[in-house]
Design a protein around this ligand. Structure first.
Ligand code: UD1
Length: 416
């Protein structure tokens, strides 16, 4: 039962509600470690990555209670600083605990983190930056140990824009001695959410949402309640589902203000999108496609996490298209699987050339990572006949219930 069966050919019609953001929840859960007391995080998605993060917090001595999408984290019992390797190994975001744990306990030992196989994804910059804040790190073959008496603020001129490094440094800096400057900082909405949570708890952060973050360390933070924003990538995935299959859907709670580049590309690719106060209405195939080229980049550019779902749309269309991937070097793993469904996609360097024939056919295909897996499911909506996408557990890392959501949108899908 680790697969999804899709009967292709149904036009979509219906409404679904967009879950809370995975990439905002994970660093916010890590941030609770900085606060002595009980924090309540609302709208925390019920996905396996969040489940792994909660297990990690529990194994560090925190008490975690979960009622649906509301999570209470009590960090008063925080004691352990060695992270269990089974959770660290499966989730790259476990690196996020490093900055927060060092701030609270001064010592952390952990294995090198895992996560989606979408490139080399080193952690060199995380470690190098923390060293600059006074952390002594001893690297061994499979794990490393980091130690510091009190983190010291520092001025960073980073060689690249990294979401994870920005988040880790913010987490390390809020309780550090003195001021930290991070430039260029990532501007992703998920970083704005993390800063929003920390500011509510009493952190002094300037420049949230800009490429220059200035953080003045404070002595303590107070427990807070915070609501995680909706997931722009999940909303974008269902938007692409409608562009693959056609039809008209309503994505309730879709975070319109964080989806500008995705919505403008969708419009140029032929969808009609109307923004309502509580979500978006999508007409999947309303207009002629006027542009089928895109380049991924840091926010506010086109998100790399939306690259595979859009490739599925291009593969199902009758147009030529091309996608340049500039963030991760190994993010074209779905190409071979889409080609099994009759697509004609060729990769040269960091660019994929898609020769849409307007026809995909059902096939058995394998999810190999989170967003690519979801993209195969939505491509199958446009295919003739039945498809099976195996390795559903990759998709479960980021989608609460893709089968239920797509059924609400009128698709004929089931667990297999
Ligand atoms: C986060 C997101 C992921 C998204 C990505 C880019 C989470 C949990 N994950 O991943 O969904 O696709 O941002 O928007 O929020 N790099 C280094 N050295 C380092 C760290 C990163 O070279 O120490 C490189 C990476 O290999 C990559 C680039 O920096 O080429 C950007 O990666 P980064 O922004 O750090 O991605 P993540 O934080 O892993």
């Amino acid at each position: 039962m680790d697969a999804i069966r899709i009967y292709g050919g149904n036009c979509l019609k219906g409404q679904t509600t967009i879950q809370g953001s995975k990439n905002a929840s994970l660093p916010i859960l890590a941030a609770t470690l900085l606060i002595n007391g009980v924090c309540e995080i609302d709208n925390c998605p019920e996905i396996s990555d969040v489940y792994h993060m909660l297990r990690l917090l529990t194994s560090l001595g925190c008490r975690v209670e979960r009622k649906g999408t509301c999570v209470r984290v009590n960090t008063c019992g925080l004691s352990v600083c060695d992270m269990p390797s089974d959770s660290v190994g499966v989730m790259r975001s476990s690196i996020m605990l490093l900055g927060a744990l060092l701030a609270r306990t001064g010592r952390v030992c952990m294995e090198y983190p895992g996560g989606c196989v979408i490139g080399a994804r080193p952690i060199d910059l995380h470690l190098q930056s923390l060293r600059k804040m006074g952390v002594v790190i001893e690297e061994r073959e499979a794990e490393f140990c980091a130690e510091v008496s009190r983190l010291k603020g520092a001025v960073f001129r980073l060689p690249l824009v990294s979401v994870g490094v920005t988040e880790n440094l913010v987490l390390a800096a809020v309780l550090a001695e003195g001021t930290t400057v991070i430039e260029p900082a990532a501007k992703e909405p998920e970083i704005q959410a993390l800063c929003g949570f920390l500011q509510k708890a009493g952190a002094r952060i300037e420049g949230s949402g800009t490429q220059r973050l200035v953080i003045h360390g404070v002595r303590t933070l107070k427990p807070v309640r915070y609501r995680v924003p909706a997931d722009r990538i999940v909303a974008g995935t269902y938007l692409c589902a409608c562009m693959c299959a056609g039809g008209r859907i309503f994505l309730k709670d879709a975070p319109v203000c964080h989806m500008e580049s995705v919505l403008s590309h969708a419009t140029r690719m032929g969808a009609a999108v109307v923004c309502e106060p509580d979500g978006i209405v999508v007409d999947g195939k309303e207009h002629e496609c006027t542009c089928n080229r895109l380049t991924t980049g840091c926010y506010p550019m086109f998100p790399t996490d939306m690259q595979s779902p859009v490739m599925a749309v291009m593969a199902a269309s009758a147009q030529r298209g091309c996608i340049e991937e500039t963030v991760f070097e190994n993010r074209f793993r779905i190409v071979a699987e889409l080609n099994k469904m009759g697509a004609n996609i060729m990769v040269r360097g960091n660019t994929a050339y898609i020769n849409g024939s307007g026809r995909l056919c059902g096939a058995i295909v394998q999810a190999q990572e989170l967003r690519g897996g979801a993209a195969l499911v939505i491509a199958a909506l446009a295919a003739e006949g039945t498809s099976i996408v195996t390795n559903r557990h990759y998709i479960d890392r980021g989608y609460e219930d893709i089968v239920l959501n797509l059924r609400e949108l009128g698709a004929d899908v089931e667990l297999a």
